[in-house]
Ligand binder design. Structure first.
Ligand code: LRH
Ligand code: MN
Length: 385
């Protein structure tokens, strides 16, 4: 049990700055009381999630949503709050110039503009001490014949190579794939295979990020995780959950068993070991629920799935598997999943000087009432779509 606790204490989940801002769908972005107005306030809210869970010490930024005059000062502010700046997320999906694509656009001027933004994000990594650039491209086409699918791959590869060469010592980029939306016929990085192939060609500083909401229904995501880990190309996760498409709901909320299966392949593949460098990031939008409790609940969902995955009796599983004992092996797997790990995690938190239940502790803290009273006026942060 001690090494399970040690692994859980060493767990590191990164929360996204944009989860603390207003978000929604094309139908409505709902405003909530107390929402941050700038990246400094977003970091303050993220620090609350770390204060009550103990395992969320970094915050991913999104540029330009988190644009500030002095990024070194923002990083200093984060340190004062007890958190750090995590992955820097580029944004080449919200400018009119990118209607027909960003780095894959037929226009060389637009491709140059997009690549320059990616290079600016590496400058921000230098200024904040971040070692990870996360690249997601909304690039794609809506109608057959609209553009040359192969030529767009050439353009993508050219831009990625330039960014790869700009990466400094200890820096890397994670390439994110997504099946569809906003493109509805062909997306230029639609699946893990495309992302993997580009990353293998580029080199060790390029890895793949698995956003759990970016697959076709029925996709076996844990297989992709096992495969990428085996190849040393699993750079990280954008955790969330969905019932239908890229719903960006709380991780584990829609399918806790899938999250358990994914975390089992992470544990089995050595992905929990910090030196494997797998980034466990949340990428969610709390459209109708309170944001900080939503993040706390999400961190706890990953923690619970991880604890259950660590409880799988690996020897008994291996024995049943080698004997071809199908039901026996499945039973070992399900025993762990059906184990209530909440008492173990409450104990772990108390041993670390934290309240046993982060949700209750945060609710009693009065922090929400404080920010709701203070954050009046100004412009609430949001996707600005
Ligand atoms: C795209 C995505 C990507 C982010 C955005 C906030 O759907 O998953 O990771 O840039 O959401
Ligand atoms: Mn994502």
């Amino acid at each position: 049990m001690t090494d399970i606790k040690a692994a859980l204490r060493a767990q590191h989940i990164e929360t996204p700055s944009w989860a603390y801002g207003n978000s929604g769908t094309r139908f409505k972005v709902f405003a909530q009381r107390g929402v941050p107005r700038d990246p400094y306030e977003k970091l303050a809210d993220a620090a609350q999630v770390h204060a009550y869970t103990g395992i969320a010490p970094t915050v991913a930024l999104h540029i330009p949503w988190d644009k500030v005059d002095d990024y070194a000062d923002l990083a200093r502010h984060a340190r004062e709050l007890g958190v750090g700046i995590g992955a820097i997320n580029s944004n080449v999906f919200q400018d009119d110039d990118y209607m027909l694509g960003s780095v894959t656009n037929p226009s060389a001027r637009v491709r140059r503009k997009a690549t320059d933004h990616l290079l600016e994000c590496v400058d921000i990594m230098d200024a904040t001490g971040s070692d990870t650039l996360k690249l997601w491209f909304s690039d794609g086409i809506n109608y057959p014949g609209q553009d040359d699918i192969r030529a767009r791959q050439d353009r993508l590869a050219e831009s990625l190579a330039e960014v790869y060469d700009r990466l400094g010592e200890g820096q890397r980029f994670l390439l994110e794939y997504k099946l569809f939306e906003p493109a509805f016929y062909a997306t230029d990085v639609p699946d893990w295979g495309t992302a993997y192939a580009h990353c293998v060609k580029l080199g060790p500083k390029a890895q793949v990020v698995v956003d759990t909401g970016h697959h076709a229904p029925g996709t076996n995501i844990e297989f992709i995780v096992a495969f990428l880990l085996r190849e040393g190309k699993l750079g990280g996760f954008d955790f969330n959950s969905r019932f239908y498409a890229d719903d960006d709901l709380m991780v584990g909320a829609a399918d806790p068993f899938q999250l358990f299966r994914i975390m089992f392949e992470v544990v089995r593949g050595g992905g929990l070991d910090p030196e494997t460098g797998v980034a466990f990031m949340l990428d969610q939008c709390h459209n109708i629920e309170p944001k900080i409790p939503g993040q706390i609940r999400s961190v706890m969902n990953v923690q619970e799935a991880t604890a259950k995955a660590l409880l799988v009796d690996r020897e008994a599983l291996a024995a049943a598997q080698s004997e071809g004992d199908v039901l026996g092996a499945n039973a070992v797997f399900m025993d762990a999943y059906n184990t209530d790990v909440r008492p173990l995690l409450a104990e772990l938190r108390e041993e670390s000087g934290l309240a046993p239940d982060p949700m209750t502790a945060y609710a009693k803290s009065g922090y929400f009432e404080k920010i709701a009273a203070e954050r009046v006026g100004g412009t609430q942060a949001g996707w600005g779509a």
